[in-house]
Design a protein around this ligand. Structure first.
Ligand code: SF4
Length: 367
């Protein structure tokens, strides 16, 4: 059987964070949430036959804040997956959650449903920074929720932190990482803030007091050092893990392996075709309730040249880099000479200095 990943988008959050442009609806509309879970189940039924020859060895329930869903909704969702798709026995099943939306009892339900990995939003340990971000929790609440997940039996926990934030200093970021490392998660994601236009941060423009570029570079480099010293190896530009705890699902994206996305704003890569669903929960639910398949936004079959470019763009995000063909070696000569890239046996990979300007270098490589 072929192996594939499943991504399910849960577009609900208690409140929108000031920097976030992911597709999600704020509030607690349980009627809408129930209709959505039913729609997802209908969608799984319609896709079941076409997925018959595949085993799902990773499942990622992301959002949004899937941890917001009630125990009954999570049960219906996991039952829908098991009834319509083949799950590999050793499947990695991840669910994203935030502090204070799930407690130990709900975590126990998640474990009993086979969910074996949680990804939790922490972002910072500094209260002032959390407030600026519009997060609804304190660091203490994060630590408490983290402990509840452990007590419920989760042995694979990941936490997200952010850097290059307004009001954040290098020391502040390092303090955040020290506080997180003390909790000993198996995996840490560390993303730099990207100010998106259609968010409150985007509308603040120059009034947003961001650290300058040099400080942002120092933040990334010092954070990488601290994480490596603490046994979290960087396996992707923004992702660090203890040995054998890399996110198997996310590796799929960077290694161009197949995944099926479900829900508005989700993306899929199946049989060499990339497609996505529009950002509208209403259209998605209505189509399925009326017995139709939801419309897709874009549907692209990559040419061999596009596939090759993608392989370079995505593969170079990984710390192990990609196999160095003669052509690539030639294109990268200067980056290798000036320490932006390095040879790792037969592969070429970014160094920390290279990761800091990877977007610029990738754009040059694609020309
Ligand atoms: S909780 Fe996550 S998905 Fe929801 S608004 Fe905040 S950052 Fe975005």
């Amino acid at each position: 059987m072929k192996r594939i990943g499943l991504y399910i988008h849960i577009p609900f959050c208690l409140k929108k964070c000031a920097y976030c442009d992911f597709y999600s609806i704020p509030g607690r509309d349980e009627a809408l949430q129930n209709r959505y879970i039913n729609a997802l189940t209908l969608h799984m039924k319609t896709l079941s036959a076409t997925m018959e020859d595949r085993a799902f060895d990773t499942v990622y329930i992301g959002g949004g804040t899937p941890g917001l869903l009630s125990a009954e909704m999570l049960t219906a969702l996991m039952n829908g997956i098991r009834e319509n798709f083949t799950l590999a026995e050793d499947a990695e099943i991840t669910l994203e959650t935030n502090p204070a939306v799930a407690d130990e009892a709900k975590f126990r339900v998640m474990r009993s449903l086979g969910i074996n990995r949680l990804s939790m939003g922490m972002q910072s340990s500094e209260q002032a920074v959390l407030k600026t971000l519009g997060r609804l929790h304190t660091f203490d609440q994060f630590a408490e929720t983290f402990g509840e997940a452990r007590r419920a039996g989760f042995k694979n926990l990941s936490a997200d932190v952010m850097y290059a934030l307004p009001g954040q200093t290098v020391d502040g970021l390092l303090e955040t990482l020290h506080s997180l490392i003390a909790l000993s998660p198996e995996h840490i994601s560390m993303y730099g803030l990207k100010v998106e236009e259609n968010t409150p941060f985007g509308r603040m423009g120059e009034r947003l007091a961001l650290p300058d570029e040099d400080t942002q570079c120092e933040m990334y480099a010092r954070a990488c050092e601290l994480l490596e010293e603490s046994d979290y190896h960087r396996y992707e530009i923004s992702n660090f893990a203890k040995a054998r705890y890399e996110s198997r699902h996310n590796l799929r994206y960077w290694q161009r392996e197949e995944y099926l996305g479900m829900g508005p704003a989700s993306h899929s890569f199946v049989d060499g075709v990339r497609y996505s669903y529009p950002h509208s929960i209403e259209d998605y639910i209505t189509a399925l309730e009326q017995g139709r398949l939801p419309d897709v936004d874009s549907h692209v079959t990559l040419t061999p040249a596009e596939a090759k470019n993608e392989e370079i763009m995505l593969g170079l995000r990984l710390a192990k880099g990609i196999v160095a063909t003669d052509e690539l070696q030639k294109k990268c000569e200067n980056y290798l000479r000036y320490g932006f890239m390095e040879r790792k046996d037969e592969r070429i990979a970014f160094t920390t200095k290279g990761f800091l300007v990877s977007n610029t270098i990738l754009a040059e490589l694609m020309e």
